[in-house]
Design a protein around this ligand. Structure first.
Ligand code: C2E
Ligand code: MG
Ligand code: MG
Ligand code: MG
Length: 291
């Protein structure tokens, strides 16, 4: 609520109480209240989006994406509820729920549709989860409990999150990496993107933001950016994931640049757990059938 008020003061110079602001505040309060309930009732969901490798089209992993689907307010997008969780002290509980569900899904996939295959689940984390210095311990002990290798989880963090408290983030990310957990820099290219940071940050993967992938087959500057990032990543020994691949033309252009991991609606939207096994089974059948 106070964020909306501050915003109105900032933009108008004076405080104006109007209907739009009132509605904004009411919506924030509603989402916060219902989100709090959903988290404590275990109703926050995790969807998985497959990540595939360009050269083989093998599924190499999945990104875990939080989903808040409320019985009356309906689908609330993460871009709306994640900032609310961060500002209202809910982010650690939300993050814990996502981590726990993700690890359980890794275990079930390992015994099920992904049996015998190496794969990871990539979990998004926010800066708030670095506070208290317990993230690495939490993740590592959860993996131990489930007898899973640390390579079965990756964490995705944005530059913005790292910059919020650089020392704390670097400590926590280093601790995670020392335990063998790979770190991806998410939304790469949209943040501060200071190239000098890249060689010092404790990261393993560059995740190229969707904005560079959309229409890269027709916009040469985007293809050039991806080529450059791909080359840079190779020099720095980082893996690359391109997100937001929606069309075959985008896929082909990316494949012409190099071997990397990709995700996007072209392969699959994020799927609820109930649909993931069927997707993997049919995907594997098509792949085998077509090769
Ligand atoms: P992100 O981590 O960059 O996740 C990728 C977003 O792109 C997801 O949006 C995904 O559904 C969407 N996406 C994937 N492929 C395509 C495509 O081909 N086309 C289009 N148009 N979109 C595609 P989503 O699920 O709405 O999540 C938005 C953001 O919310 C995420 O961006 C991430 O920053 C944040 N988020 C989601 N779940 C969590 C979570 O559990 N914890 C934290 N801290 N943040 C989360
Ligand atoms: Mg992500
Ligand atoms: Mg991203
Ligand atoms: Mg994003």
């Amino acid at each position: 609520a106070s964020a909306a008020l501050r915003e109105s003061r900032k933009s108008n110079g004076v405080y104006v109480y109007d209907k739009a602001i009132h509605e904004k505040i009411a919506r924030l309060a509603l989402v916060e209240r219902e989100l709090r309930k959903a988290i404590s009732n275990g109703e926050l969901q995790v969807y998985l989006q497959p990540i595939v490798q360009t050269s083989t089209h093998d599924i190499v992993g999945f990104e875990a994406l939080a989903r808040f689907i409320h019985p009356t307010i309906g689908f609330v997008p993460p871009d709306e509820f994640i900032p609310i969780a961060e500002q209202s002290g809910l982010m650690v509980d939300l993050g814990d729920s996502v981590i726990k569900q993700s690890v359980q899904m890794v275990k079930k996939l390992q015994n099920g549709a992904m049996k015998g295959k190496a794969f990871y689940v990539a979990i998004n984390v926010s800066a708030k989860q670095f506070e208290g210095h317990s993230l690495a311990n939490k993740v590592v002990s959860l993996l131990q409990q489930h007898q899973l290798p640390t390579s079965s989880i990756r964490l995705e963090v944005t530059e913005t999150a790292i910059m919020q408290d650089m020392d704390m983030a670097l400590n926590e990310l280093s601790a995670l990496r020392e335990n063998g957990i790979k770190i991806a820099l998410d939304d790469f290219g949209t943040g501060y993107s200071s190239l000098s940071y890249l060689q010092t940050l404790p990261i393993d993967v560059l995740k190229i933001d969707r904005s560079f992938v959309t229409d890269l087959d027709t916009q040469e500057n985007k293809a050039a950016i991806i080529k450059t990032v791909f080359g840079l990543a190779n020099l720095l020994s980082l893996d690359v994931v391109a997100e937001g691949v929606e069309t075959e033309a985008e896929l082909k252009t990316i494949e012409s640049i190099g071997t990397m991991n990709i995700q996007g609606y072209y392969f699959s939207a994020p799927l609820p757990w109930e649909k993931i096994n069927a997707f993997i089974d049919s995907y594997l059948n098509i792949e085998i059938g077509s090769s």
